[in-house]
Write a protein that binds this ligand. Structure first.
Ligand SMILES: [Zn+2]
Length: 158
């Protein structure tokens, strides 16, 4: 829908033979005049933002849930428990039983890649205020895309 898509709906009302039954030119002219009046009075006609409907809140998989490999699609957020190391934190990977080594820093985002699973994540730590951290992974890459790229490369070697 364009910015002025309401115009034709109003013109339909004005030309409705059961209502004012204006001719088309007259009706369109009247809509233009109404818009001019609103504009002169400082009103701005805009469509409502529908971003919230188009972009639902990301799915979050909590740390207590495992075996989620087939739920890992782009944008999904996965929380995982961690074990503290020396200046680092070991976090369970969302995709398998491997562990990611993250610097022990909050307010920082890290790129994490699991090569065997062909998964990429943005990861960050949440300080749980009990000496431990919760790792949060956001799925960045769709593994099926990487597969298709590989196939294409294999077909056309340089
Ligand atoms: Zn993995």
């Amino acid at each position: 829908m364009t910015a002025n898509s309401y115009r034709s709906a109003i013109v339909d009302l004005l030309t409705d033979p059961m209502q004012l039954a204006l001719d088309l030119d007259h009706a369109e002219g009247l809509v233009g005049q109404i818009e001019d009046v609103l504009d002169a009075d400082g009103w701005d006609i805009r469509r409502k933002e529908s971003d919230h409907a188009q972009w639902p809140a990301p799915k979050v998989i909590f740390a207590t849930r495992t075996g989620i490999r087939n739920e890992l699609v782009v944008g999904v957020i996965v929380e995982r428990y961690t074990v503290n190391g020396r200046g680092c934190v070991w976090a369970e990977m969302p995709c398998c039983d491997r562990h990611a080594k993250l610097p022990m820093e909050v307010h920082a985002e890290f790129a994490v890649r699991c090569l065997p699973c062909r998964m990429e994540y943005a990861a960050w730590l949440i300080d749980e205020n009990d000496g431990g951290y919760l790792a949060v992974f956001k799925v960045l890459d769709d593994p099926s895309l990487i597969w298709s790229q590989r196939r294409r490369t294999a077909k056309h070697p340089r």
